[in-house]
Write a protein that binds this ligand. Sequence first.
Ligand code: PEP
Ligand code: MG
Length: 746
Amino acid sequence: MSVILDLTRIVQAAAEAESPSAQVSVIVDSIQHYMNLDVCSLYLADEHGDMALLASRGLDQAAVGHVRIPAGKGLVGLVAQSRHPINIADAARHPAFYGVRETQEEQYSSFFGVPIVRSGVVIGVLVAQSREARELSDDESAVLVTLGSQLALVVATESIWQDINKSSARTLSGIKGAPGVGIGQVRLCDDVDLYSATDGPCDDIDATLAEWHDLVNAVLADVKREQAGLGDLLSQDVATVFDAYYLMLSDPSLVNGVAQLIQDGHHLPGALKRVIHHHADVFLAMEDPYLRARHEDIRHLGNKLYSTWRGLHNDDESELPTTRTILVGAQVSVSDIARVPTEFLAGIVCFQGSNLSHTAVLANALGVPAVMGVGEIRGLYNRDLLVVDGNAARVIVRPHASVLQEYQRFLKAEEQLKSELQQLRDLPAITQDGTTIRLYANSGLLADISPGLQAGAEGLGLYRTEIPFMVSDTFPSEDEQLAVYRQILQAYGDKPVYMRVLDIGGDKPLPYFPIREENPALGWRGIRFCLDNSSLFMSQIRAMLRAAEGRDNLRIMLPMVGSTSELVEFHKRLKDALLQLTDEGVNVQCPPVGIMVEVPSAISQLRSWREQLDFISIGSNDLSQYLLALDRNNPRVAASYDHVHPAVLHEIARVIEIATDTQLPVSVCGEMSSDPIAVVLLVGMGMRTLSMSAAQLPKIKWLLRRISLQSARAIVAEALQLNDAKQIRKLVADRLYVLGAGEILW
Ligand code: PEP
Ligand code: MG
């Protein structure tokens, strides 16, 4: 009698719950209470059959709403598949047991699960657990089985899922990894984390040593296969990402380090964890952001070795995604990327990592949108829908239908734009009323070279020579520099290459040459550093001149020039280098020389420097930073930093006027050239050469071919009347929509 009463109360309470999500809590609370159980939990099946833990009385609450057991896995999966109750005293010993760390259910021994079946379909599983290792009695089992069938009638599954999806849509911000937008299903990576492996003793040292060496060889073979899988999509430079894996796998300090620890009595995962930890920490402690980012590669490799050891990676064809997929993980490794067929790879999201990590480099090279450093995304499951917006460094988890529609609309427009862009590749960037704009690419990595040329760049407008310096262990020698510079000049054939001399200091530190200053942005950087480090500077100038032997496409550009003496000094050094090399029998010629206009004091001196300059290029990133006194890399003030600030625009207009008056070729090589709003303004103000990242070039060309110079001029006239960057952005955006070029702003 009392059992029936309890049953009635539970079902009634469930039916009367205020909302669908309250209903599931009412169910588990009342069952746990009336039946005096340690744990009562309710799992509901999602559209893929995965079982989501939606309510529990007894399990760790942090797990509720976050744990999802893959279809068919574990005891819950077994109940769902068999459609029968399961009653076990010691769950952990059952072959189907699947421990979920977040629930902390190790403390409960017994497991009783009953399927909830509606119209022949398993919609969920009701689970009871207790600390004591005992099977439930026949009476208890009967109540739960009856409840299972009663609940099938009252649980409002559809509304519950709607509720969940509504409340769980969220947007996260990160760092731009690679541009573009991707929509797809989540595939979680890094499910194997070496750092969470426990240490333990080694039972058989000889066998474990042999196992370790086999493991290294197996992973080496794996990496080779993955690299071959990506094949022609990789430029030579990006292929070196894989070379880094080979190098690490043949590094004696790693291979022997693990072997030594095994010999000392550690089992394989424990030994591997210690060595990987040590190596990763060395990189993590480095100041240079590029080198610091290398610690991620070491961790990836550690996880790869560990997962192979555990035999977790099943490269079976059936495991390959067959739908648009977004890889998500603390760190998405190059191997994770290689495992997804490129036609299905829609995006990459990393909880950690920077835009300098190999993952970002590879994503850029493959043209896959990526967002880095979003922080851990809790409650994200395999096959959840995700939007990766690499343009805005945003990730949208389980987007609302309206948001999804907007992004789909955007992707469709992009598709169309892409096919138009393809046809534009060899056409000039010419406005509707016939003005030609020269488009150059910016670069710093060898990896950027082919994309720039493929995108139809008419030259390399800014080659940041400090990047090869930043990724080296010491100052590269003159010959090492020569090899890199020669490759670049040759790749561009007869197209001009503007090589900027070393611009270190400030936001670009060298790991092997630390400069400690109170105010680095105003300190020893750019040309100031170069002139003070004579022999280093001479070797760079000599390397550039030697690389240009027999060709005439080298231009030398000086960063951060603010005083006449810097320009005079440089010309002296250049003359010396030319004389030296001529004496050495090298057939050198004096290349055109110019400066970046990025220190505001340069602007008013340009006329007086005219004789010493062959060109100028506006470095709008630093120019904006110094004009606005806003650190371009400081997230606290980032929101106020905008290169279309009226003060910046007025100064650029002044530079263009001086350049026109003195017939001095001028370009822009800062981020402004990649920003459609800024491009309209620059062209309207008279700029005819823009240098930008290769990825942005086709879009900017499309924009320029859509608008007329006359309309750009009219927009500038209006914009320069405004005194606020936001208003200026809005004005240009509105006008672009009217001109039929608004989709560029997506
Ligand atoms: C700039 O300052 O605009 C520029 C192009 O140089 P960098 O971003 O390398 O400082
Ligand atoms: Mg600069």
